[in-house]
Each structure stands twice: as C-alpha cells, then as structure tokens.
Design a protein around this ligand. Structure first.
Ligand code: BYC
Length: 335
C-alpha cells in the first residue's frame, strides 16, 4: 500500500483545509530525515497497522517465550543456574510488557491483543514452538535464540516509531546478558564430560536451523520487508540479518568447540562472509500454520495462565475503583 492511501483516526479532527496533504508531507519529511514519529503525531493508517502487527507479535513472542525456559526452572542443575534462569524469564515478561505498552500507544488495547493470542489468531515467533528436552537447550536458547534476537533487535532501537525504539534499547541490554549466560552454559558443558559435550552438540543441532528461521522467510518471500524498510521500522532485510548472525556465530562456535550443523558453511573470501546451506522452509511454514511440536501446548498454557490470573485483574480493577471513588469523594468535599 502506498503512503498516500493511509488515513488515521483523528486525521479529520486535526486537518484544517488541505491539512491532510500537509500531514502526509510532514510524515514523509520525518521519514526522509530519519526522524521519529511519536504517538501524538499524525501517521498513515498502514504505518500504524504495520507497527501494531510487528510490535504485538514481538510482545507475544516474549510472553510465549517464557514457557520453553520456564520448563527448566524447577530442574536447573544448581541454585545459581536456577536464580539466573528465573531472572531471565522475568526479563522476558518485562519485555512483553514494554512491548504491549508500545502497541497500546497506537490505539490497540491490551485485552484485544491477549484475546488474539489465546485464541490462536496472533502470530508469535516460530522458535517457541520447539520442545526443550535437555538442560543444554537452556544454553542453546541463550546462545542461538537470544543471539538471533540481538542481531534482529539492535537495529530496531533505531525504529522510526519512538516508543518501540526506546523499548528496544532496554530490551537489547537485557538480551546481551541472556546471550552470554547461554554461551556460558554451553561452555561449561563443553568443558565437562563426554556425555555433557554430546548433550550440548545434540541441542545445538536441533536449535540452529530454527534460530536462523527467526529472521523470517528469505527476502524474495518476505511480503512486509520492503515497506517496513521504507518506513525505517526494519533497517535490514531478513537475509542480511541472517547472514550477520552466521558470521557472528562461526567464531563463537570455534571457541565453544561446537560444530554448527551445516556442512555448507564456508568462508567466502570475495564476500568476506560465510556461505551457508539451505534451510528447511517447509518446516517453517508448518510451524507458522500451527503444526509445530508445541504450538497447541504453548497456547493452551497461555490460556490457562490468563484465566488463572483473572483474580489479579479483578483485584486491580477493584483497587482502581476504590481509588477513583476516594478521589471523587475528596473532590466533592472541597467543592
Ligand atoms: N515466526 O514479511 P515477513 C525473542 C511471519 S522474541 C513467526 O518477512 P516481517 C525472545 C511474519 O510475521 C523474538 N512468524 O515479516 C523472547 C509475516 O506474517 P504476517 C521475536 C514469522 O514482519 C523470549 C510473514 O511471516 N522477535 O527474541 O517483515 C526469549 C512474512 O514475513 C517469522 C521479533 O518479533 C517467525 N520467525 O519480518 C528469548 C522481532 N518470521 O504478520 C528470545 C521483531 C516471519 O504478515 N519482528 N514471520 O501475517 C521483526 O523483526 C519482524 O517482524 C520479523 C519478520 C523479522 C520477525
């Protein structure tokens, strides 16, 4: 959709005669200057929709992303590992909340987003539909999944929509810690027994491909990339970021002594980058269609947690009601 096709709520209220063109021109100017759009600025509807789509999917990913690791909190191999894992999972809850707040500034309420998630209508990252059968999976998630997240999300700190970019700054700082703790789990295993080394390698074998698919389909099959890049939401294409990630991983795998499960990985002198093999995009589309290992379980657990939390929401509403009544009563007394 072209920029000119967009309309946004409030546009008619704000636009004096010719105001629409002026607003559009102002928006284009901000984009051309690589500036920021804030919630009170006029923006085309299509831009607003693109942001709500990406930010809400991102928020859902953080919230669903708590489950594969939450699975290991009670079974972490030491008190220290348990404390670290709990902190990481809590960070993910926090990331989800910053992102829901950013999406709310675009006029989409949180209840609607939650409803879309628990009814299976909303997307969240494909990566969280895989099971975590071994402790080494906590290492692989940190090293590969959070590593991919950092590659993808550091450029999002410069996203043109202010609340999203600002949320990403804090998220990326925390993701760096997450990635290091994953690398350190794998390093400890690789310095351990043969069985521990095997566990680490087997886990990386399972997570490598799905982690690379987190960046989205190949550029030629990515319907949203071009427009998102024109709007300075995305700064790099899916394939560019995937390449960056592999270039970052190869030397790290060497330090770990882990083999990346792609025999096609080879240094390309001309491109000054690593060549890589094809990924299983059929699997990706199956997961997106809801037929991954854990899709049904993830949504079911989320729905249960949401329903189980109803009493907390009710208590918060009752508290807010009482506060409002007290404020009204105080005002009436002054009057
Ligand atoms: N999984 O046109 P494309 C985390 C969808 S959280 C599922 O390239 P776009 C973490 C895409 O939505 C990780 N769906 O899309 C948390 C689109 O469908 P719709 C999440 C995917 O938006 C806890 C269609 O495929 N990170 O790291 O230009 C613990 C065509 O794709 C996926 C973010 O959300 C996928 N992997 O690019 C640990 C980052 N890929 O909406 C870690 C923000 C694509 O048209 N998001 N699709 O129905 C983005 O950067 C971009 O949205 C994407 C996709 C790169 C993901």
């Amino acid at each position: 959709m072209s920029l000119a096709e967009g309309t946004a709520p409030g546009r008619m209220d704000r636009g004096a005669a010719g105001g629409d063109d002026a607003e559009m021109a102002r928006f284009d100017e901000i984009m051309a200057a690589d500036g920021r759009i804030e919630p009170t600025d006029w923006m085309p509807d299509a831009y607003r929709r693109a942001l709500v789509r990406q930010i809400s999917q991102h928020a859902h990913s953080e919230i669903i992303g708590m489950q594969p690791e939450g699975n290991w909190i009670g079974r972490a191999p030491s008190l220290k590992r348990k404390a670290i894992l709990m902190a990481k999972v809590q960070d993910e809850a926090g990331h989800g909340l910053y992102l829901y707040s950013a999406a709310q500034t675009l006029g989409t309420d949180r209840d609607t987003m939650f409803e879309q998630l628990i009814t299976g209508k909303a997307r969240y990252s494909s990566i969280f539909n895989y099971f975590t059968p071994t402790w080494a999976d906590m290492g692989s998630i940190g090293w590969l999944v959070d590593g991919a997240a950092i590659c993808n999300q550091v450029p999002l700190c410069r996203a043109s929509y202010g609340p999203y970019g600002r949320a990403m700054v804090r998220i990326c700082k925390e993701e760096s810690f997450h990635q290091r703790q994953g690398f350190e789990i794998l390093l400890a295993l690789m310095r351990g027994t043969d069985a521990q080394r095997e566990m680490a390698q087997e886990s990386v074998n399972r997570w490598y491909g799905p982690a690379l698919m987190m960046f989205g389909p190949p550029d030629a099959d990515s319907p949203n990339s071009q427009q998102s890049m024109a709007w300075n939401i995305k700064r790099f294409s899916n394939d560019e970021l995937r390449q960056r990630f592999v270039d970052m991983l190869v030397p790290q795998a060497e330090v770990l002594g882990i083999t990346l499960p792609d025999p096609a990985i080879a240094w390309n002198e001309e491109r000054q980058s690593y060549d890589l093999g094809d990924l299983d995009w059929t699997e990706f589309h199956e997961v997106l269609a809801g037929r991954g290992q854990a899709n049904a379980e993830r949504i079911e657990r989320r729905r249960e947690a949401h329903e189980g939390g109803e009493w907390v929401r009710e208590a918060a509403r009752a508290y807010a009601r009482k506060q409002a009544e007290a404020a009204d009563a105080a005002e009436a007394q002054v009057a």
